[in-house]
Design a protein around this ligand. Structure first.
Ligand SMILES: NC(=O)c1ccc[n+]([C@@H]2O[C@H](COP(=O)([O-])OP(=O)(O)OC[C@H]3O[C@@H](n4cnc5c(N)ncnc54)[C@H](OP(=O)(O)O)[C@@H]3O)[C@@H](O)[C@H]2O)c1
Length: 203
């Protein structure tokens, strides 16, 4: 599959590197050609401008600060699947500086299938993902292709609902990051299915 990245930062490098290893063709897109080329060289892909990467990718990873996500996403042509991994964190208190970024991005790019994914773990995790890590994804369309890209990392997609629920994933990331930064460990917070329901629900 052809994948373009909008951004040449930590998330773009971590995920692009994994997808190149899995056999995909990646164009790292950046506003500065030199920085995009450095990252492309490290991951084994090619480099381009933001519009070039958006046009190149069947799937486009939006990996820029949340405050510019809507503006940057406008270069994505209709028909693409756009993965939004952004977190609009207010680092003063680990709340959200902006609500519903993925929905705002979707409204700005008609005809683009926006999927929220990969926002719940740090770039260091994506560089070396633990086998079987659950990766929640939210979207109305394009979920299967993103689920495949999750599996390419050795992780497990967790279908977390439509794009309307992406804002919950954004809030979940803020909650988790706040707990991690305070020294807590979120892994023990969620019980197994049996404990949550008494028995495993059918299906
Ligand atoms: N890092 C993590 O652990 C992590 C985890 C989950 C989610 N996220 C989210 O993923 C997104 C990317 O994070 P990151 O850590 O990869 O950030 P980063 O390393 O700071 O990279 C940000 C990228 O965005 C580009 N950029 C910034 N402003 C721009 C603008 N106005 N127009 C075009 N490009 C612009 C930067 O370009 P230049 O290189 O030209 O400055 C850079 O390539 C953020 O929304 C973040 O919340 C990050």
């Amino acid at each position: 599959m052809r994948i373009g990245t909008l951004g040449n930062g930590l998330m773009a490098e971590a995920l692009a590197g994994q997808w190149v290893k899995a056999g995909h063709e990646v164009m790292v897109g950046g506003r500065d050609r030199g920085r995009a080329e450095e990252v492309a060289k490290r991951v084994g892909g090619m480099a381009g401008s933001l519009p070039e990467a958006a046009s190149y990718g069947e799937v486009v990873l939006l990996a820029v600060p949340a405050e510019v996500a809507v503006e940057v996403a406008r270069v994505v042509p209709a028909g693409r699947t756009l993965i939004d991994c952004s977190n609009a964190l207010d680092y003063r208190d680990f709340t959200l500086a902006r609500p519903a970024v993925a929905e705002a991005v979707s409204q700005a790019v008609p005809g683009v299938q926006v999927v929220k994914a990969f926002n719940l773990a740090a770039d260091a995790v994506w560089r070396n993902p633990p086998a079987g890590l659950g990766v929640p994804i939210c979207g109305d369309d394009g979920l299967e292709v993103v689920a495949e890209l999750v599996r390419d990392l050795g992780c497990e997609p967790v279908m977390a609902g439509g794009l309307v629920r992406a804002k919950l994933l954004e809030a979940t990331a803020a909650l988790a990051i706040g707990i991690w930064v305070a020294g807590g460990d979120v892994r023990g917070m969620f019980p197994p299915l049996e404990a949550a329901f008494g028995t495993v629900p059918p299906g």
